[in-house]
Design a protein around this ligand. Structure first.
Ligand SMILES: [Zn+2]
Ligand SMILES: [Zn+2]
Length: 407
């Protein structure tokens, strides 16, 4: 049966909490907790994951049911103790999923994106990619396999996911006594740090006892320096998603023999050749022209992000009522907008053509809705004429890509 999707309310809730956090940071005179470019990039990645999730979440759920129906080891009933066991089991699976996410190149390629952010606030919690969601689903399959009913598993995953949102903030100080059992923002902040003694610590999501048990617990001592040991110097939407897969492929090509190649894919990220990334960046990214300047036309970015969030919220709410053309059109318009936001931050000249691509998708969709699909070429002709007559490309470069010095 068709139904409305209440996950739509996650988006307004996210922005409400973000707003509160932002206001608190201002009041406490800590505006440096937020960085404009990084926040835009974090939110863009979160939007993409929520968007693609709409298309694939059902197959995740079907997989849990398939495993439960055909391969479950035990018949676990549902009572209070079973729910408690499920919370513990979920966090235990998470611990290993997360730890392997840091110890195995192939899994790190998906998880690294969560760690790109050099700011630690609620926007960093949004930095989850679809690749990460897919890897994670593989691990979650253990739960229905053991015998937990999929409906319980799905409920628990929502609770578990919501908990980790609140551990991404600097607005809550250390709560020492709570750390004996629960992961607090301070504990998870250590996990996001690149300081030597904080590396590869605190993998738990809700509880700290797995880390204590396996010797990976570290409490906060000095203030952490958030981000990666080798920071990614790009806000490109696509590059952030794919760079580590390219790095693995490059390492694989350079390796000789089965053992070396196996290590390239399943070895430790600590052994990744650090010469590879700069070479790939030269090949795939154009150098930023002015690294010490930032975009003046910030409102254009905010409008695009705001429109994407609004569209995504409505889209999520009505997802089950829409047909394939609606779904695919919205998917592409939002994805192009996100690529566009990253490209704006990087001042890429080609985004001008991306703008045309987006207008073309929107006009074609509107014509399709009016049963006028055969007139799809009209907007195209108008755009070509407008370009020739008013040299819009040049104006776009001059107005939209204007820069100002970083204060
Ligand atoms: Zn991590
Ligand atoms: Zn995190």
């Amino acid at each position: 049966m068709e139904h409305i999707n209440f996950l739509a309310f996650a988006m307004p809730a996210f922005f409400l909490f973000l707003f509160i956090e932002f206001k608190m940071a201002q009041r406490r005179k800590k505006p440096e907790i937020f960085n404009y470019e990084s926040s835009v990039s974090n939110i863009s990645i979160g939007i993409a994951e929520r968007l693609i999730n709409l298309f694939i979440a059902a197959s995740f759920y079907q997989l849990y049911y398939f495993i439960y129906d055909n391969y479950r080891l035990f018949d676990v009933s549902s009572n209070v103790f079973v729910w408690l066991a499920l919370i513990l089991a979920t966090d235990f699976v998470w611990y290993w999923y997360h730890r392997l996410g840091h110890e195995v190149n192939f899994f790190w390629a998906a998880h690294i994106v969560h760690h790109h952010s050099e700011e630690f606030n609620f926007t960093a919690a949004a930095r989850i990619t679809t690749f990460q969601a897919i890897v994670r689903t593989g691990f979650w399959c253990v739960l229905p396999f053991v015998g937990f009913h999929p409906s319980m598993v799905i409920t628990m995953l929502i609770v578990h996911g919501a908990y980790s949102f609140f551990t991404h903030t600097q607005m809550i100080g250390r709560i020492k006594w709570l750390e004996y059992v629960f992961v607090t923002p301070s504990v998870h902040g250590v996990h996001h740090a690149s300081d030597e003694k904080y590396l590869d610590k605190n993998y738990g999501d809700m509880f700290t006892f797995w880390d204590r048990l396996f010797g990976t617990f570290q409490e906060e001592e000095e203030k952490p320096k958030y981000g990666l040991t080798h920071p990614l110097k790009s806000y490109s939407f696509l590059w952030q998603h794919f760079h580590y897969y390219f790095e693995i492929y490059e390492l694989w090509k350079r390796s000789h023999g089965f053992k070396a190649r196996w290590k390239a894919v399943f070895g430790s990220p600590a052994h990744m050749d650090q010469d590879i990334r700069p070479i790939l960046e030269k090949r795939f990214l154009q150098d930023k022209e002015n690294p010490h300047q930032r975009l003046r036309f910030k409102n254009y970015l905010y409008i695009q992000l705001g429109a994407s969030v609004l569209l995504l919220t409505v889209f999520t709410y009505y997802f089950d009522y829409l047909n394939v053309v609606d779904k695919v059109s919205v998917l592409f318009v939002i994805l192009i907008t996100l690529v566009n936001c990253g490209a704006l931050l990087e001042q890429r000249k080609w985004i001008y053509y991306l703008e045309y691509g987006r207008i073309f998708i929107i006009t074609t969709y509107l014509l399709y809705e009016e049963d006028l699909t055969s007139f799809f070429f009209i907007p195209l002709v108008v755009m070509i004429f407008a370009e020739q007559l008013f040299s819009l490309g040049k104006r776009y470069q001059n107005v939209v890509l204007q820069l100002e010095p970083v204060e």
